[in-house]
Every structure is written in C-alpha cells, then in structure tokens.
Design a binder for this molecule. Structure first.
Ligand code: UTP
Length: 302
C-alpha cells in the first residue's frame, strides 16, 4: 500500500541572502557572501542543490543591494556558453546553474532588519503553503550512505508528522550561548532517535539557562502562519526581527519538531568554518584529495 499524502507538500524554498556579510569584509564588499566558493561551487549552489535533492524546485531569493550576482549565477550565460561551445569545451560544469524558467523568484529586502524580517518579505509568494528555509552560509553535507542531505531528511520527517520542523545539532555545552537553542520534549519512535518534540526555543541563552546543547542549524520547514506572527513582531536580540522569536510563539499552536541531521554541518559564515569546509571537501574529492593531503602534510611539517 502506498503512503497517503497527509500534509500539503513542501514545494517552495526561501533563501534569505540579504545580510551584509560583515564577518567576511572586505571580500564581501562587492561580492555577496553566498557567492564565496567552497572549491568551485558558491555556497548558494550547495543550498539550491540540497533543495532540489529534497524535491523542492520553486526557489525564492530574498535579496538586497549588491546581491545581483546570485541571480546571474542561475541565469544563462549566453556569451560564455557560445564561446565555450566554439572551443569545444564541455558545458557540464554549468548544469547545476540551470533553472526551469519561472522557478526562480526574487524579492527585495530593502533594509537588512533581521532574518525574521527577510522571511516575512517573501509572504506574498509563500501564500498559504508550507515552505522550507535555507541559510546558505550553513553548509550541510549528507552521508554517502544514501540517507541524503539535510532537507531531504527533513522533508521525509515532515511527510510523517507535518507541522513545523527545524534541524538541530549537538554542540559542546560551553558553546550554546552563541546560538538558538531548543528545549527538547520527548523523542518520537521510529526515526532512529532523530526526531524530537520542541517545547521551547531560546536565542543565545546564558550557559546556566540553556535548556539543552541542541542548537538550531540553518534549515527549517515552517507553516505559512509564521508570516502572520512575524507581521506583528517587534525587534528582538541585536535589534533585529528574529525568526527564532516568531517560531517560539508558534509552539503550542502547531506541531513543532527538531530533526537531528545525520551528516555534517560547516558554519561558513565564520572564517574558520569556511576554511574547514574547504579542506574537508577537498580531501573528499577524488580529483584533489591526494594533492591536498600531501600539501597539508607539507604545511604542518608532518
Ligand atoms: P547572518 O547572521 O549570518 O548575517 O544572517 P550576515 O549579514 O549574513 O553576516 P554577518 O554576520 O554580517 O557576517 C543569517 C542569514 O540571514 C540572512 C543572511 O543573508 C544569512 O543568509 N539575512 C540576515 C537576511 O537576509 N537579512 C537580514 O536582515 C539578516
């Protein structure tokens, strides 16, 4: 017997890319942070690939000033392609940048008032459908055992439990104060311990107040009602409209679960995380691994 579809499918993904990227200045003065490459693919490409792997192909970019390169990345580069064809060069590397006409929409966040505000800017396009959110500076790499990427795992969980889901990961307790932290409820049977009820959310708690060491990482599936919560919400921590605050208000009114991602996450919004991701992925690529390993040994003198 085939599974009955119980919940509205997740077909839309919002990519908030209007942040200033101040931690990477001056690199991000003229280039969007999301266009910084991990080896040869910009961060936004990894996020879009993860969305498509999860069966989500309606892409909504919340952009701001200086972010047009992101949209151009997913456009046809006619002159480049024509010249390459004339030189008998393969266009294969450009394949992931191709978008079905009509499947990419941009909205503008004129002033970066916070992640919650950026998501709210997409409300007219979201309408009354559930939607996914990807923070492209958090790079999620799935295992090679077929479990798939983070959003694929989340969509599979969503199809079972519906409602709202966030991806979480465990960090050493002393690090929790830099993140949004969940107050976990009971674990659900049948998901390998990966699905937990969420009883509460706290943004950047003090160590002694942290309800767990499970932090929110940059993937979400939310119900459209969050837009109404954001509509009436003032500024929170850091003077920004916080998505975490809006989600916290939804708890108790709708199902809310956390998915522990079976895979790795790199915080590419930080410089060390970015370097770690570059090294880790280079060491996994058959075309580079040997050379990079030898180079690392040379540099470390081992
Ligand atoms: P970050 O907190 O990483 O901020 O935003 P940032 O501006 O990108 O980078 P730093 O801290 O100045 O170096 C998390 C995500 O939310 C988006 C960002 O683009 C990033 O994907 N964002 C943040 C917006 O789209 N709008 C905002 O007003 C704030």
């Amino acid at each position: 017997m085939t599974d009955q579809i119980k919940f509205k499918p997740v077909r839309k993904a919002v990519f908030p890319v209007a942040g200033l990227g101040t931690r990477f200045l001056p690199a991000t003065k003229a280039i969007p942070k999301e266009m910084l490459p991990i080896i040869d693919r910009p961060l936004i490409q990894y996020a879009v690939d993860e969305a498509r792997e999860a069966g989500i192909d309606q892409l909504i970019f919340v952009t701001g000033r200086g972010k047009t390169a992101i949209v151009e990345h997913f456009d046809t580069a006619y002159e480049l392609e024509d010249t390459m064809r004339g030189r008998d060069k393969s266009l294969e590397a450009l394949e992931p940048t191709r978008i079905q006409p009509g499947n990419l929409v941009t909205v503008r966040q004129q002033v970066p008032l916070g992640l919650g505000h950026a998501i709210w800017c997409a409300r007219a396009i979201i309408g009354d459908e559930p939607f996914a959110i990807f923070l492209p500076d958090e790079l999620m790499i799935g295992r090679s055992d077929g479990t798939g990427g983070c959003m694929k795992q989340m969509v599979e969980a969503y199809n079972q439990v519906g409602g709202n889901l966030i991806s979480v990961l465990e960090v050493p307790h002393e690090e929790v104060s830099s993140y949004g932290v969940i107050d976990p409820g009971k674990k659900l049977d049948g998901f390998g311990g990966a699905l937990t009820e969420v009883k509460g959310l706290v943004e950047k708690p003090r160590l002694e107040d942290a309800p767990s060491n499970l932090i929110i990482s940059g993937r979400y599936i939310l119900q459209p009602e969050v837009m109404r919560v954001l509509e009436n919400q003032g500024k929170g921590a850091g003077g920004e409209v916080q998505l975490t605050d809006a989600m916290a208000r939804m708890i108790g009114t709708q199902p809310f679960h956390a998915v522990t991602f079976a895979g790795r996450r790199y915080d590419c919004g930080s410089k060390t995380g970015f370097v770690e991701a570059t090294l880790a992925l280079a060491l996994e690529r058959p075309d580079m691994a040997d050379e990079v390993r030898a180079m690392a040994k040379r540099l470390l003198g081992v």
